[in-house]
Design a protein. Structure first.
Length: 452
């Protein structure tokens, strides 16, 4: 975490130093940034180790069993710190906090706070109560609007690229997924609020903004006088002064409109990259998942995208071992991956989530079968990614330079397609677009040379 040196006095008598641990997706990153900004605005300082904090917040994810376990084990470690420091306040926030609620206080007696993602707008009130020693708090209402970030000077997690949440929640209830239960129903923020937040980021030196939403392309805002769909919002934001690049994630295939595809053609600073999860290649499994499209629909979308925007990078999410997934179903997933040749792919083993429809389905797949399918799939994708990256050798690409790389004397940045490029340069290029020739391609990054 970034160090802030000079700060005002804390508005809270019991706290001065905070530590936030963030798990899960970009939406959690964004929420943690919101919390950090709120705390800094109120006179707190961030610290780099939890031992030095008097407020620890763990921002959790509930999407699979793994992040859930990770959150419990981190909380266990924080609880042991508290045994030696009884004044320490520990809070669990985010999706797992929402899911488990008061149960967490029973299981972890050292925990003081449980706050769901839709309660973050009430964080100040919650902290004031804790500061007055008014006992432990569980805040898990799901019907509240997302918080309105206060413009905060000087504290940002990232310096060149940043996120703006434009909608939150999900109405889709895919049969395996816990997100609708922990993030609530879809709610879009007003264009005015979004533009104000983006302008604030730009004034702080941010040059690339990624718009976030669980289903970002179902953004819809209906005001008294006007109605805004997602393409209109993109258009508006793209014109902001100083914005070099605009991105968005995550899109749902069933809501990918022609208008949105056209946006890639006529909005100059909209990066040619789309993250479009497909989840499975078999129609039978897609139906059981309640995804709302077939493999044919998905492949048609990919064709359309590539016809209209030939250099578009396509990335995706997929799952193996969904209940009832046969060898033939899995082969259809492999086939789709071979046909589409994604630029990169996030792949997961299906994980039972309590309370979802899939949890109660028959035909659960053995652990070892899931692992072996995942390995086969990941091996295939590695070959595809490497092949695609190798094809870039000798080609000139535009990179937005984000900062120093791990190697001394090198900078790092990303292409419009979101690939990492490292190259030799002094720091003067940070925050600017620069053209590099790709010299060597690897699986997870490219090495380039600046075109002077
Ligand atoms: N809204 C996005 C996905 C959000 S969750 C969409 O609809 O695509 C991120 C990813 O986690 C999903 O794309 C899915 O691949 C994976 N995921 C969700 N629930 C899961 C589960 N129960 N087991 C394994 N992976 C899961
Ligand atoms: Fe989960 Fe489906 Fe909603 Fe994505 S669309 S968050 S996978 S329920
Ligand atoms: Fe996890 Fe919540 Fe994101 S469940 S994936 S942190 S929306």
């Amino acid at each position: 975490m970034k160090k802030i040196s000079t700060l005002g006095t804390s508005n809270f008598s019991h706290f001065r130093h905070f530590y936030i641990k963030t798990m899960g997706c970009q939406m959690n990153d964004y929420d943690s940034d919101y919390l950090a900004q709120f705390l800094v605005n109120n006179g707190f300082s961030p610290v780099n180790t939890p031992e030095n904090a008097d407020l620890i917040l763990i921002n959790t994810c509930a999407v699979r069993a793994k992040p859930e376990q990770k959150a419990y084990s981190f909380l266990g470690r924080m609880s042991s710190i508290k045994k030696g420091n009884p004044d320490l306040t520990i809070g669990m926030v985010g999706c797992l906090a929402q899911l488990k609620g008061p149960e967490l206080l029973k299981r972890f007696p050292q925990l003081d706070l449980v706050i769901g993602p839709r309660e973050l707008g009430r964080f100040k009130k919650i902290l004031e109560k804790i500061d007055r020693n008014s006992g432990k708090i569980v805040a898990t209402r799901l019907d509240l609007a997302p918080p309105q970030p206060v413009p905060c000077k000087g504290y940002f997690h990232k310096r060149i690229t940043n996120h703006v949440s434009i909608m939150e929640g999900c109405n889709n209830f895919c049969s395996y997924c816990i997100v609708p239960y922990v993030r609530g129903r879809e709610i879009s923020r007003s264009p005015d609020e979004i533009v104000a937040e983006a302008k604030n980021l730009l004034s702080e030196g941010i040059r690339e903004i990624t718009l976030l939403g669980q289903n970002v392309n179902s953004y819809l805002w209906e005001g008294k006088k006007s109605k805004w769909g997602f393409p209109a919002l993109l258009n508006e934001l793209s014109r902001l002064n100083g914005l070099l690049r605009l991105r968005f994630t995550t899109s749902h295939p069933k809501d990918l409109s022609d208008d949105l595809i056209h946006s890639f053609c006529h909005i100059k600073n909209l990066c040619h990259h789309i993250h479009l999860p497909f989840q499975a290649g078999s129609n039978r499994i897609l139906k059981l998942m309640k995804r709302g499209y077939t493999r044919e629909n998905y492949l048609e979308l990919i064709d359309k995208l590539r016809k209209m925007i030939p250099d578009i990078a396509i990335t995706s999410d997929v799952m193996v071992g969904f209940p009832g997934e046969s060898d033939e179903d899995f082969e259809l997933t492999m086939d789709l991956v071979r046909r589409v040749e994604f630029d990169s792919l996030f792949s997961f083993k299906y994980s039972d989530r309590k309370g979802t429809v899939a949890e109660k389905m028959d035909g659960k797949i053995d652990k070892t079968v899931k692992s072996s399918r995942l390995n086969i799939l990941q091996d295939l994708q590695k070959k595809i990614t490497l092949k695609k990256n190798k094809a870039l050798e000798g080609i000139q690409l535009e990179v937005l330079v984000e900062g120093p790389s791990k190697r001394v004397g090198q900078l790092t940045g990303r292409t419009a397609s979101h690939k990492v490029v490292n190259f030799n340069s002094n720091n003067s290029r940070i925050g600017r677009l620069c053209t590099v020739t790709i010299k060597h391609s690897f699986l997870n990054s490219l090495r380039g040379e600046v075109v002077e």
